[in-house]
Ligand binder design. Structure first.
Ligand SMILES: [Zn+2]
Length: 508
């Protein structure tokens, strides 16, 4: 891998067959947003790309959890022209186009990760940083223009970029970006839930997340073996699943999540979740065989040493550079894997399983035990599950009409104390949301929907509670103005941010 610098931007390149491929990568992704500005990075990317003329060669741009990429392949001249145009656009974003591009984002509705991984990250980190990815936030049309300007100024400059090339830099290549200093992104993000727990969420199938050092070779090997075993059982033996997928999601400081996501045939989600958990326990107690270990290491060797892996390898090196993490090349990683033994793989997996989060679809309830026989408890934002509301404070209830008609309305309560709201939802779970933990508040006519940093959502709306005027006044005064926003014009009122926890039973 060769190193170079162009206009203050570090360049990493490695010759690979085929046309020249380039990626201009910035150290800013979805985890660098806040709840109030969810989607701002994607908006910056769209605004920059909207300035380009029609191009017939391959080009694209995308936002991931940690990075934003502008990619292109073609002749030297095409690559140089594209990159120069992107750099110029980032230096002078057409912010007058925000409204139109917000509409495009609403239509595109793309997620940073699959929905299962997104829920695992939110359960782990809360409504902050890497945990934001399962949330829609206020919506693309509610992103303040100042947030767009602030994001570009903070992160989209030469000091926070790296250029990756699959050949020597074209001599005419210029990267006319503003200069800047790489922003401080902090070390490992603190977790909200250390596990082990199961939780239910709006997901198509089950998933497992383990919080660990992502460079742990023994855990990397065990994680690969688990996926292969699940493929054998769920797909080939039982015919319950089509796809078993694993990923490593960086959340800063070299730490993050090893995930396993499986799909499930309709009606089989519970069974698939049980098998996923059973196989995880079995791996932690019995370990892996020599044959399984050799097989997975051979798979890594083949994938990593393939000449077609050059762009991916450059991508890893670039991501490390932007995160100030040392990059280990394929040979170094393979040498670490060669040291892994069946016992070290088992130990690493057993240790990581103590952090497990198992997400299952909403209509699925599971009863599972941990390795030592203790029950795997349900996690989530309610603390403690089924806990008590405060005795003091001002209490609000659903209207008498609703209490008579709907059983859930009899348990639902809203309590306002000096600096917090409490709610008891239709399942009897108590939520406590101090104003200081609010990350966003939707102002919808006479109602308010409060979003808390711990994945907590408390609706203070007249559809649920009677006579809330006083509560709304206190909440408006307690929650900083910068976090208030009106509902997105693009919101799908059926599933956006209005699943009222104290919801009424279906009629009829
Ligand atoms: Zn809650």
């Amino acid at each position: 891998m060769q190193h170079d610098v162009i206009d203050g931007v570090p360049v990493l390149w490695s010759a690979a067959p085929g046309p020249l491929e380039a990626a201009l990568v910035f150290g800013h992704g979805a985890r660098d947003e806040s709840f109030r500005t969810i989607g701002v990075t994607h908006l910056v990317e769209h605004l920059a790309m909207s300035t380009l003329p029609r191009l017939h060669h391959e080009h694209n741009a995308s936002v991931s959890l940690n990075l934003t990429d502008f990619t292109v392949s073609g002749t030297d001249e095409q690559v140089a022209d594209f990159l120069a145009a992107v750099c110029k656009a980032l230096g002078a974003l057409p912010v007058d186009r925000i409204e139109r591009e917000a509409g495009v984002l609403a239509a595109e509705a793309s997620g940073v990760t699959d929905p299962v991984t997104a829920e695992l990250l939110s359960a782990r980190y809360g409504t902050v940083g890497a945990g934001l990815v399962s949330w829609d936030g206020p919506g693309p049309d509610r992103i303040p223009v100042e947030a767009v300007r602030e994001t570009v100024a903070r992160s989209f400059h030469a000091g926070n970029a790296v250029l990756l090339l699959t050949g020597p830099p074209p001599p005419a290549l210029r990267l006319p970006l503003p200069q800047g200093k790489r922003p401080e992104r902090g070390d490992a993000q603190p977790v909200m839930s250390s596990g082990p727990h199961w939780l239910s969420a709006n997901v198509p199938g089950p998933g497992l997340g383990l919080h660990a050092d992502l460079d742990d070779a023994a855990l990397t090997a065990a994680h690969a073996v688990l996926q292969e075993r699940l493929r054998q059982v769920l797909r080939h033996q039982e015919g319950l699943s089509y796809d078993v997928d694993g990923a490593r999601m960086h959340s800063g400081g070299g730490r993050g999540e090893f995930t396993v996501v499986v799909d499930a045939r309709a009606g089989q989600q519970r069974r698939v979740a049980e098998i996923l958990w059973r196989e995880a326990l079995r791996l932690a107690s019995e370990g892996v065989t020599d044959a399984e270990l050799s097989e997975e290491i051979a798979g890594f060797r083949e994938a990593w040493l393939d000449p077609r892996a050059t762009p991916a390898e450059l991508g890893q090196a670039g991501a490390c550079l932007l995160s100030d993490i040392p990059y280990e090349d394929a040979a170094t990683r393979l040498a670490a894997l060669a040291e892994v033994t069946p016992d070290s793989a088992r130990q690493a997996f057993a240790a990581a399983l103590a952090t497990a989060l198992l997400v299952v679809p909403e209509d699925v309830e599971v009863e599972l035990a941990q390795l030592d026989g203790a029950p795997l408890t349900e996690g989530g934002c309610a603390h403690p599950r089924g806990g008590e509301l405060p005795a003091g404070g001002k209490h609000f209830r659903p209207s008498m009409f609703d209490r008579l008609r709907f059983p859930e309305a009899r348990t639902a309560r809203l309590v306002l104390t000096g600096d917090a709201v409490w709610s008891r939802d239709g399942r009897g779970h108590v939520h406590h949301l101090p104003f200081a933990d609010v990350v966003g508040m939707e102002v919808d006519g006479p109602g308010r929907v409060l979003f808390g940093r711990g994945n907590c959502l408390v609706p203070v709306v007249p559809e649920l509670f009677a006579g809330i005027g006083e509560a709304v006044e206190a909440i408006d005064a307690g929650v900083p103005k910068a976090l208030h926003y009106e509902p997105s014009a693009f919101a799908d009122r059926d599933d956006a941010c209005a699943p009222p926890p104290a919801t009424k039973a279906p009629r009829g």
